[in-house]
Write a protein that binds this ligand. Sequence first.
Ligand code: CA
Length: 341
Amino acid sequence: MKRARTCLLLTSLALAPAAFADDGASREQLVIAHRGASGYLPEHSLEAKVMAYMMGADYIEQDVVLTRDDVAVVLHDTYLDAVTDVASRFPGRAREDGRHYAVDFTLDELRTLSMHERVNPRNGTARYRGRFPAEHAMFRIHTLDEELALLRALDGAFGRETGIYVELKDPAWHRLADKDIAAVVLDVLARHGYRDGGDRVFLQSFDDTVLRRLGGDGGTGIALVQLVGDDRWWPNSTVDYARMRTAAGLSDIAGYADAVGLWLGHLLADSAGNAPTGAPRLIRDARAAGLAVHVYTLRRDALPEGFASFDELLEWVYDELAVDGAFTDFPDLARQYLDTR
Ligand code: CA
């Protein structure tokens, strides 16, 4: 059963694929800036968000974790080691696994850190070769509140309405620390005017427990996105991603969420296996369930096998799969592709 109070915007997005199956160009397909323009500047820096904004992204992504003093900050990992100098600045504050977790630090402490391009914390080598030099660590951690204030101010200056795409990172892990990340984030969103399905906001998570709660009675009217992962990524997780990718699983998701975020790797495997042309089964099943389809993550510098160029990948995702939106580290290239095709 589909959520009863799905918003107008999402209703049109969800129904469009079925209504215009042979005419993908007749509806808006979204460019979602993954962690900002993270192909060019360190992920989740305000600089990367401004760049994504100026590149014309439709939505800009915020991954959110909580600090020790319950402030929502914009960071991809629950730990700080891959993007900051926390290890040298706060010796002795690591947990047993050697990592420093945001939830163990106050906002004031996090503000003293320098942020840089993503590296492997064990050896300091860049996650993506050729991106912004990691030794230029002149960036700073900021709060969700600050980022939303920035984007709304830019919208005011440019007369736009840029969407936000907020991810609740590991709600179960936060709960172990006695924190309700969903409650904190919803409060920040409400203060900036994001309250229901008519607002240009998506709330995403890999955790179906929190989404079922938010999509149920007494939850939120904000559009919800179930991110669909792979059971191999988190062997200790109790979430059953294999089931989520079945027709029955997708139909179940449609009972509490408005869209699914599908992994590019699953679509590639699905496509190679049984549907060389047209939409893979996963997308057909999601659409049949009434879900909008978003796909993650398109990277110019990490092309999947079989694609000779980024434009070829964009063409496959936006034109052949005809997705409703795609996450990309290179929002300028996706914007350019959609505007000139
Ligand atoms: Ca994310």
